[in-house]
Write a protein that binds this ligand. Structure first.
Ligand code: SF4
Length: 63
């Protein structure tokens, strides 16, 4: 079963990196914080390298 990618919104600083890199996976919520809306919108490896690994506050993780 595929893993889900999750943003810890309490830690997100709204830098926009994940949203810019993978708009098919992440978007900004009404509160201005990033949220993942489609964990299968991109290959897991791409989500890892273009979001998880580059988030400046390391608040994106797999569940
Ligand atoms: S990269 Fe991290 S801090 Fe930046 S918007 Fe995405 S979740 Fe928030």
């Amino acid at each position: 079963m595929a893993r889900a990618i999750v943003v810890d919104q309490d830690s997100c600083i709204s830098c926009g990196l994940c949203v810019d890199n993978l708009p098919e996976v992440f978007r900004f919520d009404d509160n201005g914080k990033a949220v993942s809306f489609d964990s299968s919108g991109a290959p897991e490896e791409m989500i890892q390298t273009e979001a998880v690994d580059v988030c400046p506050v390391a608040c994106i993780h797999w569940e």
